[in-house]
Design a protein around this ligand. Sequence first.
Ligand SMILES: NC(=O)c1ccc[n+]([C@@H]2O[C@H](COP(=O)([O-])OP(=O)(O)OC[C@H]3O[C@@H](n4cnc5c(N)ncnc54)[C@H](OP(=O)(O)O)[C@@H]3O)[C@@H](O)[C@H]2O)c1
Length: 343
Amino acid sequence: MDKIRWGLLSTANINRRLIPAIRASRRGALAAVASRNKARVDSYAAQWEIPQAFASYEALLESDAVDAVYIGLPNHLHAKWAIYAMQQGKHVLCEKPFALSLAEVDEMTAVSQQTGMRLAEAFMYRHHPQTKIAGEWVRNGRLGDILLARSTFQFPLENPENIRLVPEFGGGSLWDVGVYPVSFAQFIMGAPPTWVWGDQWLGRSNVEESFSGQLHYGNDGSGRVAQISSAFRAPFYTWAEVLGTKGRLSLNRPFTGLNKGARQLLFHHPDDTVEEIPVPEKALYLGEVEDMHAAILDNRPPYLSLAETRHHVQTVLALYESARSKQAIYLTNDLSFAMGTKR
Ligand SMILES: NC(=O)c1ccc[n+]([C@@H]2O[C@H](COP(=O)([O-])OP(=O)(O)OC[C@H]3O[C@@H](n4cnc5c(N)ncnc54)[C@H](OP(=O)(O)O)[C@@H]3O)[C@@H](O)[C@H]2O)c1
């Protein structure tokens, strides 16, 4: 096998980003799409020139038409279909949020280990040079000791029918776009937080539409903190900043910002002079596809480990629990948190 044949599970909006990435990749081909609805999948396959169309997810997964699937389903369906796909011998690139509970993450991980199928969370921005260079600056000490990482992702969600506003689908701005700042904090700090504090605002259908959180790291008295926010009720905006004892990095459009201009990475020296760090051009969604190809064909682990993914989900759950209970929440290693632990 020298090319991975991809299948799309559903006709989701987000597919329009993955389709060009798969087609632009050297070792991938788009082979099939599946939908719950036959008429929809037939017209979708014709529109996007996809060779095979399946009128159910099972039919695609039980076929020999694909080697890997991309799961862009509503959040509550990620675990179920990722597990079934791997049991049918398909590798899985699964959209964020990976799953809605740690039990789901652990089951997905166990099935990946049992079946030998590759499984990765689709955080496309983690594969972009802008993010990777920022990570290198942090790890090689250019910023000194890291004190603070902060970032935000917000956009206006107008359609009341959107899956992001359905509570039982895993709705909410933190699950949807707040996971980017949460994963950025994890990436910069190199570890999950020790404890978190969260605040939320509930909107239509009683789903959280605005979230802000503070994540505290380590027990070493270094005072390292990350601040995150997300919202469905503000103009589109993504931004990130990392502050160290030797200077500050700022990233414009760190998570997405397609068609909104170039990505910038700026180093603010201690004397407040600003230096622009060159960021090579790269199509945003290409890296996660190429990484899956390397994981499958070159037999190496995906760049984003499932341990990191587990921390992303655990941190989001802890933040929601803090917002609900109005308590600081400590993260523990098992499936529970130290619920309701006061500061
Ligand atoms: N990485 C990114 O940049 C990015 C961006 C946007 C979204 N996402 C993620 O991608 C996923 C999909 O988001 P989206 O905005 O693309 O969603 P969407 O357009 O609403 O599509 C979801 C698809 O899931 C299928 N589906 C199966 N059961 C469903 C149900 N009960 N209700 C509604 N749809 C159902 C439908 O396809 P069929 O009817 O064809 O089966 C539908 O087209 C989410 O997990 C989201 O977080 C990621």
